[in-house]
Ligand binder design. Sequence first.
Ligand SMILES: Nc1nc2c(ncn2[C@@H]2O[C@H](COP(=O)(O)OP(=O)(O)OP(=O)(O)O)[C@@H](O)[C@H]2O)c(=O)[nH]1
Length: 302
Amino acid sequence: MLIDDGSLVSSVLNAFQDHICIMDIQGNILFVNNAWVDFERNNSSNDLTDWLSVNYLDVCDKSIGDGSQFAEKAGHGIRAVINKKAPFFKIEYPCHSPNMQRWFVLFCTAFEFENSRLILVKHSNVTQKIKAQINSHTDALTLVGNRRALDEFLDHEWRRCSRLRQPISALMIDIDDFKQFNDINGHLKGDDCLKKISQALKNLVHRPSDIFCRYGGEEFIYILGNTNLHIALELSDKIHSSIEDLHIIQNQELPDKYVTVSIGVCSICPTSSEEKEILLKKADHCLYQAKSGGKNTTRSSD
Ligand SMILES: Nc1nc2c(ncn2[C@@H]2O[C@H](COP(=O)(O)OP(=O)(O)OP(=O)(O)O)[C@@H](O)[C@H]2O)c(=O)[nH]1
């Protein structure tokens, strides 16, 4: 049996910052490294856990009972490795504490030792990498997705909808008379207005196949996978009313005039021969028509 016996192997495993555990194929823990023990000590209200009496699969199953979807996936993946259905299993999961956002990757694989099949589980802290990824896809002012997030999402969703023969919609939104808003109220109030509008609009979509991003300046965009023009226009109505509900006054001397937006909507059933840029071009053209049609309105095409 493998235990922390001061051997070269346990010393090497103790040198890692990753949290490492070795267990038998029933899930009984045989070894944990120092990083594993320290993490539990710093993050749990439990008194010192006797790890060599813990069954790791039971811990996963208990966490499922506490509502953790990641524990369910982890339990499933580790059992697949144990049952030789997969050579390894890997999952990234959030592990936030009350005062810190953290992400980890759980990696699990099997190996042979003295005629026994053993299972290695490793948790690695990937917070810095994830934060860098989030920052590079986030607009610094409004904290919604930026142009890069949009490009990557559209690329993926366009191909998915093309494969599944589903419609995809784009809604391009531009704040009306925003230059005048800045001129009257100042640039800081302008920034504040952009933040309020983006937060309100972000909350209007929730599906994994939807994204809301800042397109640039005072322009925003939604990409909605598996969404036809009819549904996209329903969202456009919601956008106009949620902007109205914000009651952002355009000009203090005309307190009844609130900030409004114009919207261009386009819906397409993509084919592999079409370029995804056509969706943005058409939505932009509709937005232009909405502006020339008097603003605070929507124009669409399919
Ligand atoms: N405060 C603030 N203003 C911005 C930001 N990005 C762009 N703007 C301003 O948005 C304004 C956009 O002006 P225009 O393109 O003339 O459009 P508009 O005044 O909204 O006119 P219409 O689109 O025709 O309704 C410019 O004055 C930009 O300086 C930003 O991050 N913060």
